[in-house]
Design a protein around this ligand. Structure first.
Ligand code: UTP
Length: 297
């Protein structure tokens, strides 16, 4: 299967990250590390594994940390080389493999995810492209989710969005799709609504941070009205796409961690630490032998 149907992936990293303040005062939440890599690096690795060579970051007021992370760290590299720390040098240089192009565009105001994606329009051009929300960390195992989407797209040529089942009482936190009686895992979307009340939700299939979209979405975003909070929602533009080119929902294989929330972030940290090649065993030992603090007893 040709995974290089997407050459470009967009990373919207311009949200305010209010749920993580003050940690996100001077750097975006996408720079929060899970064990030893920032969230954005997991996302970039996923994009590259799906065949992307062009990475477009839509940044906000805290753009420097991301740019610096993917830039050459000249002083650090010189210092590591002088000290003969080859392994660390490889680690630092390996943050961005050869041949990968990073570009940055500014979203001047956090006017919503749809608006952030629209900011990338001139850098994406007239081609299908991926969108990864780095705060939705997904452990896809052998096949990262963006690659799963690329495979679906190369078979259908239609926009495809990753979804997962969530407890019904939580539908008001997500975009939710209606696939009718279709059994999935790939199904045409009949309707999509942003953050519906559990009582009104058409299903419990929630959209999670991975999209593969045709460039038609940009034209639809141009005419998408902001919601009551003044934000342009990608969900509304996708709703318009349904009557136009259509789009599919893909119930992905993998474990999702909502790292935009503190609890999801902590869960990811524990699971990735347990799987870490150097740390896993000793962290598991620590958890097993952990003495509860007096207030927990
Ligand atoms: P969230 O809905 O999690 O919002 O954004 P947020 O502002 O980042 O975080 P909280 O809720 O205040 O804690 C989902 C994704 O969309 C990006 C965010 O960076 C995140 O990856 N985003 C959101 C933008 O790039 N621009 C926006 O205007 C809104």
């Amino acid at each position: 299967m040709n995974a290089s149907v997407i050459d470009t992936v967009v990373f919207p990293v311009a949200g305010l990250g209010t749920r993580f303040l003050p940690a996100t005062k001077a750097s975006p939440k996408e720079m929060l590390p899970v064990v030893d890599k920032p969230l954005i690096q997991y996302a970039v690795e996923e994009a590259i594994a799906a065949g992307a060579r062009n990475l477009v970051f839509v940044t906000g007021r805290t753009k420097r940390a991301i740019e610096d992370h993917f830039d050459m760290a000249y002083e650090l590299e010189t210092e590591l080389a002088a000290r003969g720390k080859q392994e660390l040098l490889d680690l630092v240089r390996g943050v961005l493999p050869e041949g990968i192009n990073c570009v940055y565009v500014r979203q001047r105001e956090a006017l919503g995810l749809g608006h952030a994606v629209l900011c990338a329009r001139s850098l994406v051009g007239d081609k299908p492209f991926g969108v990864i929300l780095a705060d939705d960390l997904i452990d896809g195992g052998e096949k990262p989710v963006m690659r799963q989407l690329a495979e679906r797209f190369s078979a259908t040529g239609r926009s495809v969005i990753s979804v997962e089942r969530v407890p019904r009482e939580r539908t008001d936190r997500y975009g939710v799709v209606d696939i009718g009686d279709d059994a999935g895992p790939l199904a045409p979307i009949r309707a999509i609504v942003e953050k519906p009340d559990p009582a009104d939700a058409p299903s419990n299939l929630a959209v999670v941070g991975r999209y593969l979209l045709t460039p038609r979405i940009f034209e639809l975003l141009e005419t998408t009205a902001p919601d009551q909070r003044g934000e342009v929602q990608i969900t509304d533009a996708i709703a318009a796409l349904l009557d136009d080119q259509g789009a599919d929902a893909w119930e992905f294989t993998g474990k999702h961690y909502d790292c935009g929330s503190k609890l999801g972030y902590l869960e990811a940290t524990v699971e990735y630490a347990l799987k870490h090649p150097e740390l896993g065993d000793s962290f598991a030992e620590y958890l097993k032998g952990r003495t509860p603090a007096p207030e927990e007893q």
